[in-house]
Design a binder for this molecule. Structure first.
Ligand code: 3H9
Length: 690
């Protein structure tokens, strides 16, 4: 007797209801439950058609991802779905929530599909480094055609019900609250009309159209080359859809199975599956249980209308919250507001917002040059200049003005939050909310927990992050917190290597090949060298470039020169400066680093710093560090982040290379005792949980 399946008969229609919270993933119990439901329905001769429906928040959200990589338990999803398709009576999938991956594949094995207007359908396996492995790549093109299937499966996007209906994925829409009733009525109509058992696999017209057509696939590859770079899954998906066009269904499915297995066993998919769960872990804080109280946050105050403050404000305006935006001078305030307006207008130009929405968001801003106007805000976020003196002064002021129970947040990226909190009489109300630039775009929000930060603040911030579409990662106080601290060491080594004679271009190339969107020097040129080098008095290549008014792409070039199309060539001026600075520091140039050397030199110290952060308890999990680097620094998701990647390289190997580097370049490279311990014990950094 299945615990997740209920079977009943209504008006001659057998209804199989699956209830397997939270998302009705197609794990072994669910698969067995469906099989049992089918057997019951087929055994009952009064049943003329079947409705397959789910209880809870959604139709099947896909295969159970936590089963991947474990010994398979029968029936497999493809076996179950083949069995389902042998049904002698029509089966109607009744869809609400999100029919995703194996969930949509299940529906595509049913004879008909009805969905609520709010439902969505998609094959998001690509985000897990996979392809739809239960017939999805062969069935979807048969219903919606090859071009649409290429787009939907390689993007993994969730198509809304209306679009799915127009594309032919759904046959009908129900009334919003009456899916079961409407699905039964739909099934009865099919029975009354003696409608055929429509099997998607039998449809040929839309795939036959492209038989032997290699151009459509080649063009698609070319058009999306940038988006797919580094990822294995999109190419395998294209191959499967090509097989759908060229091969009989059974052979296409064999090809799909082969390529699915190849991806499933590969390290990319392992990394992306790990990231899926890691992302959902970050808000689970051992000493801050889910039922910890939260504070009501309806109105926001932001201090500082510069790039950061403006971006922070936009996050909240987007959710419909009113924001008081405070600056010191009217001029700075006007500038800040006009930048926000321009950003929204650009979104409107790209069709992402309507003019009305732009107006609505702008009308939620109360501009002010008076701190007193922050008195009613539930949450006040400071985004002023990054010096301790200024921050303390600001917090001293807001302590006088903020209402009781208000949350006082700092967006500091490096400074000691406890010292900032001590400048108020309510350190338990102070928290760090560290946004990454551009704050309205980057998906990471580091939540910095001071010694006295209240647990209710942490819980509130976790919920707030989700509301504004960010992934929260909790950090204790240290210089740079998690993402900046671990990634800074990459930049330090990049700087050291160019002084030793390795060209910035070679370093950028290797880091790009590793999977980052660009290498560190291209990145600095993009962000602006004046921004990067701020606050340092040391003579560096960057400071010398700035001294010669080379600020990067925005002015005169930086490490590179740029033509009018922003094509970069390494700058001879930059190379002269590098030689000059190296000579000043007495560094001999010997450019003989291999690709492997560059990766080890730049990225192993990141791993080492991550181990230190774990040892110090700054991050509570190895996987939190990975998410911080992926969301805050675009660490390639198919590498799983620095901790997961280190595990795939082997901690022994990393420790031994770090020891070698320490001998050659000094103690900064010495592996952290914690890393050495993990390596000895054969443990994994990505699984550390403190
Ligand atoms: C597939 O189908 C392969 C087949 O083609 C071939 C097979 C042969 N499995 O995201 P949430 C958990 S691949 C296991 O916070 P939301 C999740 O970990 C699959 N667990 O909720 C979380 O657990 P916890 C293709 C899953 O409302 C809880 O459910 N499908 C799965 O923000 C709530 O999740 C996908 O890739 C799963 N499939 O979003 C869809 N899904 O509470 C993946 C969720 O312990 N899922 N969990 O942290 C999603 O995109 C979102 O979860 C969904 C709900 C949109 C459904």
């Amino acid at each position: 007797m299945s615990e997740v399946m209920k079977f009943d008969v209504e008006d001659g229609i057998g209804v199989i209801t699956i209830d397997s919270p939270p998302v009705n993933a197609l794990g072994v119990n669910t698969r067995r439950g469906i099989a049992e439901g089918l057997d019951k329905a087929w055994a009952d001769k009064s049943v003329k058609a079947i409705v397959l429906i789910c209880a809870g928040r959604t139709f099947f959200a896909g295969a159970d991802i936590s089963e991947f990589g474990k010994p398979p338990q029968p029936p497999s999803l493809p076996e179950l779905l083949e069995y389902l398709e042998t049904s002698p009576v029509p089966i109607v999938a009744a869809i609400h929530g999100t029919a995703l991956g194996g969930g949509l594949e299940t529906a595509l094995h049913c004879h008909y599909r009805i969905a609520t207007p709010s439902a969505k359908a998609g094959l998001p396996e690509v985000h897990l480094g996979l392809l739809p492995g239960a017939g999805g790549t062969q069935r979807l093109p048969r219903i919606i055609g090859v071009p649409a299937a290429l787009e939907i499966i390689t993007s993994g996007r969730h198509a809304p019900a209306k679009e799915a209906l127009e594309l032919g994925v759904f046959d009908a829409l129900s009334e919003e609250g009456n899916l079961r009733g409407d699905a039964i009525a739909f099934a009865r109509k099919i029975v009354a009309e003696n409608a055929p058992l429509v099997r998607v696999r039998d449809r040929q017209d839309l795939v036959e159209e492209h038989r032997g057509n290699t151009k459509i696939f080649e063009d698609f590859r070319k058009k999306n080359a940038r988006r797919f770079r580094g990822f294995n899954a999109p190419e395998s998906i294209i191959k499967c859809i090509e097989a759908a066009a060229n091969l009989p269904y059974e052979d296409g499915v064999k090809e799909e199975r082969r390529l699915f297995t190849e991806l499933h066993d590969g390290v990319q998919s392992q990394a992306q599956r790990y990231v899926f769960f890691a992302e959902r872990q970050t808000s689970k804080i051992p000493d801050v249980p889910k039922d910890t109280p939260t504070r009501n946050v309806k109105s926001i105050g932001v201090i500082g209308a510069g790039t950061m403050g403006g971006g922070i404000a936009m996050n909240f305006l987007n959710t419909g919250a009113p924001v008081v935006l405070v600056e010191q001078t009217q001029e700075a305030l006007d500038r800040g507001i006009s930048v926000i307006r321009r950003n929204y207008e650009n979104s409107a130009k790209r069709g992402r917002l309507t003019a009305e929405q732009v107006g609505q968001r702008m009308s939620l801003i109360t501009p002010s040059t008076d701190y007193q106007d922050l008195g009613a805000s539930d949450l006040i976020i400071e985004a002023v200049f990054e010096t301790m003196e200024i921050k303390k002064d600001v917090f001293g002021k807001i302590d006088q003005i903020a209402k009781d129970g208000a949350i006082l947040a700092s967006n500091t990226s490096y400074l000691d939050l406890d010292e900032i909190a001590a400048s108020t009489n309510r350190p338990e109300d102070v928290i760090g909310l560290h946004f990454f630039s551009p704050a309205n775009v980057m998906p990471l929000l580091e939540i910095v927990r001071g010694k006295k930060t209240g647990k209710d603040l942490i819980n509130t911030a976790m919920k707030l992050a989700k509301k504004i579409g960010k992934t929260p990662v909790l950090s204790r106080v240290c210089h740079g917190f998690i993402a900046n601290r671990v990634m800074t060491v990459r930049g330090v080594q990049a700087d050291a290597m160019i002084l030793e004679g390795v060209s910035p271009e070679e370093i950028d190339r290797v880091i790009y090949e590793y999977g980052f969107a660009m290498g560190p020097f291209r990145m600095r040129d993009l962000v602006g060298l004046d921004v990067i080098g701020r606050g340092s008095n040391e003579k560096t290549v960057a400071s010398e470039l700035v001294a010669r008014d080379r600020l990067g792409q925005k002015k005169n070039g930086g490490y590179y020169d740029y033509d009018e199309n922003r094509n970069a060539t390494l700058s001879p001026i930059a190379m002269d400066i590098i030689r000059e600075v190296a000579a000043d520091k007495g560094i001999k140039q010997a450019p003989n680093a291999t690709e492997e050397d560059i990766v080890a030199r730049l990225l192993y110290p990141v791993v080492n710093e991550g181990a230190r952060i774990l040892d110090e308890g700054v991050a509570i999990r190895g996987s939190d560090i990975d998410i911080a680097c992926i969301k805050g620094y675009n660490w390639p998701v198919y590498r799983g982040g620095p901790m997961f990647w280190a595990d795939t390289v082997g901690l022994d190997r990393i420790v031994s290379k770090l020891n070698g580097l320490a001998e050659a370049y000094g103690d900064a490279f010495a592996p952290s005792p914690f890393l050495v311990k993990l390596a000895k014990e054969g443990k994994r950094l990505s699984e550390v949980s403190t």
